[in-house]
Ligand binder design. Structure first.
Ligand SMILES: Cc1cc2nc3c(=O)[nH]c(=O)nc-3n(C[C@H](O)[C@H](O)[C@H](O)COP(=O)(O)O)c2cc1C
Length: 360
């Protein structure tokens, strides 16, 4: 699969994720064989106003490319000017977010609100393409407003007709929660109806899910979001299936431990000790969620005040896992909770608060 002049082969896309897709997350995904990563969504207006917070969220280094940048907006002129500005950083893809259902975004008629208006989506894409100087433009969409108003084919066609180079389809509607299964059949319908590449997205957690999505839908590539949290190993495993014909399976705990520690060190380097701490805790829970002892991990991790204590704890915890110290846990249930809510250790309202905060 090609993005502009770059041939990704069979390699996968890593989704934009607010407060997650930072440089350390992206670089680790790439080290384990991801194809194209994304910076998290930022407002197009923030880009043209040269807002420092916006720039910090979209900055990437050359050694992690290919990288896509995702913007939010609903005004063709602002989007065109934002794209002109972004092109100076030479991203490999610029994506328009047409899928974010969070009220902080939709109340400004951005993100998933755009889904109701294929004509406008077409106009916005056209305008972005005009400013892009050849950098590929994409849109990331959901199936529609709700199950009664699925219009993904209209939106996909509007993007294609106005010069988009590819489209990314999250196979849920705007109102669906993660607890509802995505409808991959629509990915196939989109693929059958347009000729630009289609990237499928929605609930792939294991290498075999990726294989299945590709076979069932014919999509050109797959974008992974939650499946990559604490799990860059997914990319390596999938690549092994493609290249060698087999899945090497879950990594051993030493590899998980060492990758989590590397992730921590990169976060401290990029954000500084104090600002990194919340990101560190969130990420390391994800690394250890597949192992017995996760409840003990959750009981302890949030009390640490610095990264060195977290690293010490991770060494001790991993040693206990190796020695089968922890009793069997209902890990299927832990995974279910994680599928429904990535911050699965938080109460619903707290998660809502945090998610909204990240779009302020
Ligand atoms: C923590 C988090 C943050 C997200 N932030 C963004 C974002 O900035 N832009 C976007 O288009 N989608 C965002 N998403 C949605 C994902 O990119 C993806 O479409 C969705 O999670 C479905 O994929 P999955 O089933 O593989 O998780 C986010 C998802 C999560 C879990």
């Amino acid at each position: 699969m090609k993005v502009g002049n770059i041939d990704l082969g069979e390699k996968l896309f890593v989704a934009p994720m607010a407060d997650v897709s930072d440089h350390p997350f992206r670089i680790i995904a790439k080290e384990f064989g991801a194809g194209l990563t994304f910076t998290q969504m930022v407002s197009a207006r923030g880009v043209i106003e040269n807002d420092f917070g916006t720039l910090r969220r979209l900055v990437f280094s050359r050694n992690e490319q290919p990288v896509g940048v995702q913007i939010l907006g609903n005004n063709p002129v602002i989007l065109k000017n934002a794209v002109k500005e972004l092109v100076k950083y030479s991203p490999d893809l610029i994506d328009l977010n047409c899928g974010c259902p969070v009220s902080k975004v939709t109340k400004h008629d951005m993100g998933a609100s755009l889904l109701d208006d294929p004509k406008l989506i077409g106009k916005l894409v056209k305008s972005m393409v005009e400013g892009a100087n050849g950098v590929p433009i994409s849109i990331k969409i959901r199936l529609g407003k709700d199950k009664k108003n699925i219009n993904v084919l209209d939106n996909a066609k509007a993007a294609e007709d106005n010069g988009a180079s590819l489209i990314i389809v999250h196979a849920r509607t705007k109102i669906d929660r993660y607890s509802e299964n995505p409808d991959w059949e629509w990915l196939k319908k989109v693929k059958d109806n347009i000729s630009i590449p289609v990237i499928g997205n929605g609930s792939v957690f294991e290498p075999e899910d990726i294989v299945k999505m590709k076979i069932d839908t014919g999509c050109d590539s797959v974008m992974v979001a939650r499946g990559a949290l604490g799990n860059p190993f997914l990319f390596e495993r999938y690549n092994s299936i493609v290249e060698k014909g087999f899945d090497p399976g879950e990594p051993d705990i030493i590899k998980v431990r060492d990758t989590a520690i590397r992730h921590i060190k990169l976060l401290v380097r990029d954000f500084g000790e104090n600002n990194a701490l919340d990101r560190i805790k969130k990420n390391v829970v994800w690394y250890f969620r597949k192992y017995n002892g996760i409840n003990n991990f959750l009981d302890n991790i949030f009390s640490f005040k610095d990264s060195a204590s977290v690293i010490n704890f991770i060494y001790e915890h991993s040693e206990k896992i190796i020695n089968n110290y922890f009793p069997e846990e209902d890990l299927i249930n832990v995974h279910k909770k994680f599928e429904n809510k990535v911050l699965f250790w938080l109460a619903e309202e707290k998660e809502f608060e945090l998610i909204n905060k990240s779009f302020e």
